[in-house]
Design a protein around this ligand. Structure first.
Ligand SMILES: [Zn+2]
Ligand SMILES: [Zn+2]
Length: 279
């Protein structure tokens, strides 16, 4: 099982990453990865994130001149619609006060597809990272079912949004809520998400960051890899994403082993087809 393309990488232009394009290019050559999608974070529509994305676009465009294996993408995350609206008006997140509501906030992404394309972005990884649910947002993971429900809600939205090319890291959870036993996620939710991804003709990501997270158990890794394999067998194209932020492809060999164990073979992972790029 050899991984040949990586569609989810963060460069030093991401607020939370330190990788230089050269480091990525060198390590990719060693590991046999032939296509490299740079997807820096565009979390909010404020000036900080917009200028990060501009730097990302500029550096990738420049580097591509000698390294055509690089492709410019972006990682989008759902944010609360009231916060998006506030930033549109004030150009900053400073001073934003979440409105009190019993209902979870509607999700939104920071930019439109037209705005992203104008910056040179050719595809998007869309992925949930945090709660937009007013009660869950207070940080308690005691009620795991409400966390699951909120992730499900956002993921269904992502699977249906027109800007998303790749459904990024399904069920990623920064607080490791279900990283010991994936079976706490109801199968019906997984199937709903799978059918939404399929119907909307998106790719689903096999994410190294989730599978190799130090907080995951052996049991979880196996269950999660089997889940990705099941999506693949349903006919959903699976892309690979290292989601590297600092060291590039540090978990690469371990990943190839985990994936081979659940039946993945060379060629099972997809590249983004030319027709699926925005331009
Ligand atoms: Zn992410
Ligand atoms: Zn990422």
């Amino acid at each position: 099982m050899i991984i040949q393309s990586d569609w989810h990488i963060h460069s030093e232009c991401s607020y939370d990453a330190s990788l230089k394009l050269e480091e990525i290019a060198n390590k990719a050559k060693e590991t046999g990865i032939k296509k490299l999608g740079i997807t820096d974070h565009l979390n909010f529509n404020d000036e900080k994130f917009l200028s990060d994305l501009k730097s990302s676009a500029e550096s990738v465009t420049e580097y591509q001149k000698n390294h055509p294996e690089f492709i410019l993408g972006v990682e989008l995350t759902p944010i609360a619609k009231p916060e998006f609206d506030y930033i549109q008006k004030h150009k900053t997140r400073l001073g934003y006060v979440p409105p009190v509501t019993a209902k979870p906030y509607d999700p939104e992404f920071a930019l439109t597809k037209e705005q992203l394309s104008a910056l040179g972005v050719r595809y998007a990884v869309g992925a949930a990272h945090w709660s937009l649910d007013a009660s869950v947002a207070k940080g308690s993971l005691d009620d795991i079912n409400s966390v699951i429900k909120e992730w499900y809600r956002q993921q269904m939205w992502i699977a249906c949004d027109d800007r998303v090319t790749i459904f990024g890291h399904p069920w990623y959870n920064g607080q490791s809520a279900w990283y010991d036993d994936f079976s706490v996620i109801p199968r019906s939710m997984n199937m709903d998400i799978a059918y939404a991804i399929k119907e909307n003709k998106k790719y689903v990501e096999c994410n190294e960051g989730v599978l190799c997270a130090p907080t995951t158990t052996e049991k979880f890794r196996r269950q999660y890899a089997e889940f990705i394999r099941e999506l693949f067998e349903m006919g959903i194209p699976v892309t690979y994403g290292s989601d590297s932020h600092s060291q590039y492809a540090s978990c690469h060999e371990e990943m190839e082993k985990i994936l081979a164990d659940v039946g993945f073979k060379d060629g099972d992972f997809s590249e983004i087809k030319e027709v699926d790029f925005w331009f």
